[in-house]
Every structure is written in C-alpha cells, then in structure tokens.
Design a protein around this ligand. Structure first.
Ligand code: SAM
Length: 250
C-alpha cells in the first residue's frame, strides 16, 4: 500500500487537533452508533476505565461514562491533551461537541432533561489526561494506576505502530493496565493487512483476550483515498482471561 508511517514525533510536530476534529464530522454518525452499541453489550461495566490514545476526542467515551465512574484519558501529543483539556474546562475556542452529545442522549433514550447535564457528566467522569506511549512497557510512563476494569482503544494501534510486529506487541503491553477479567473495547481500522485482527491468532487473542463481539463497518466513501486507503473498521469487545487460565481458544 502507499501508507507512510508517521512516528510519534511526527504526530507531535504535525498533528492538528482542529483539522482532525473537523474531519471526524464525516464519520461521526456511524462511529457514535457503533460505539454506543458496543457499550450496551452488557459486558462493559465497572468502576474505572482507561482510554488509550484519546486524541482530542471524547465521542468514544460518551456512552461509557454511564457505566464507569472514573475515566482516565491518555494521549501522546501535547496539543491533543491541551485541546481536550480546553473542552473539559469549557474554555473559549474549545471544539463544540453539542451535536454529538445530543445524538448520544437520543440513542440512550433521553434520560437527561438537557444535553448539558450529559455533558457535565462526562466532564466530571474524565478525571485526568495522562501522557501515553503505547510502545513503552508502561504505556502511561511513570504513572502507575490501579488496574482498570475496562480499556478503550479507538483508532490507536494502526496510528501508532509502524509494522505488524509492533502492532502485535502493543496490545500485550497495554493489557497490564487492566484487571484480569476486565473488558477491552476497541475500534480498529481495517486495512488490507489487518483482516487477521479478529482471527484466533490475532494480537487481541495473543495479548490474553477473548473476543466477545465484533461489528464490521465497511468504508462507503472514497474521500482522500490516496492518503488514507483503509477499507473499513472493526468494533470489538474483548474480555481478558483471569490470570492463570489457559491461553488456548475454543
Ligand atoms: C487517529 S487518532 C485517534 C484519536 C481518538 N482515539 C479517536 O478515536 O478519534 C490517533 C492518535 O494516536 C496518537 N499516537 C500516535 N503515536 C502514539 C503512541 N506511540 N502512543 C500513543 N498514542 C499515539 C496520535 O497523537 C493521535 O492522537
């Protein structure tokens, strides 16, 4: 493929949060519905959740904040951390998530009197934004958190990994951030190389998870296909095996 790998330093120098957020508008509808549907699967609940590689976005956490009291966001670049922080603090110039929050409120059956209540809920649930590098053995650097009930990765590894071997290694490292028996909710771009992602020999299974649920979204548009040639997305819920249990699969 024509894919050119962008290392973390390139993201740091060139990733523009506002451009990414504006582009997100194109995909948001289905992304939100599928994120919501995964979260409703029942397997995904607990007290603490860590979102790895959050970028400047919160859409991936909107349904989750109904099931987890404490959310830790994390991101590699300073500009994305700052962009999210701006929104969490309601600062001027922050991205307007209102239409997305309203949409999720509707999907959840309009439990809130106003969308602003839901916005307040997620802003309170996100306790902090940590620096993160998925290639480090502790992805959250020197911060050691108690193992979480749930990990979320959304469009993470295919952005951060330069080849299949680092793509295979990264999930194993982040699995240590999680309690045995916890859940991993994952959205992954389906490039031609990653059709093995949901196979028994996939990095998800190799990292000690059992895949519970998969939704596949084929790409309909061909916008910017020359620079971004993915063909679809996987939405996955996986459960980690309790420690000490066998590592083979049915
Ligand atoms: C495609 S964005 C995904 C953002 C968000 N999770 C979403 O669903 O829209 C990929 C993110 O990965 C971050 N990233 C790049 N290299 C990374 C690394 N080594 N460790 C953690 N995050 C990294 C980038 O800064 C960028 O914010």
């Amino acid at each position: 493929t024509m894919t050119v790998f962008m290392g973390g330093d390139v993201y740091m120098a060139e990733f523009n949060p506002m451009v990414y957020l504006q582009h997100f508008r194109v995909e948001e509808e289905v992304m939100i519905i599928l994120n919501h549907s995964l979260t409703q699967s029942g397997a995904v609940k607990g007290c603490t959740l860590i979102d790895i590689c959050s970028g400047p976005t919160i859409y991936q956490l909107l349904s989750a904040c109904e099931f987890f009291k404490e959310i830790t966001a994390s991101e590699y670049t300073d500009q994305n951390c700052q962009e999210m922080l701006k929104w969490l603090k309601n600062e001027a110039g922050a991205f307007d998530w209102t239409p997305v929050v309203q949409h999720v409120c509707q999907l959840e059956g309009d439990r809130y009197r106003t969308w602003a209540e839901k916005e307040g809920k997620i802003q309170r649930a996100i306790k902090c934004i940590l620096k993160c590098d998925v290639h480090k053995s502790n992805a959250l650097d020197s911060v050691v958190l108690p193992p979480a009930d749930c990990l979320v990765t959304s469009l993470c590894f295919e952005a951060a990994c330069k080849d299949q071997s680092s793509y295979r290694a990264a999930p194993r490292d982040i699995s240590s951030l999680q309690k045995p028996g916890g859940t991993w909710r994952k959205v992954e771009i389906w490039a031609p190389v990653s059709t093995w992602l949901v196979h028994k020999s996939s990095p998800v299974c190799a990292a000690g998870f059992t895949i519970e649920k998969v939704e596949v979204l084929s790409r309909a548009d061909v916008a910017m296909h020359d620079i971004n040639d993915f063909s679809g997305m996987y939405f996955i819920v996986a459960l980690s095996r309790p420690r000490g249990s066998p590592s083979w699969h049915k």
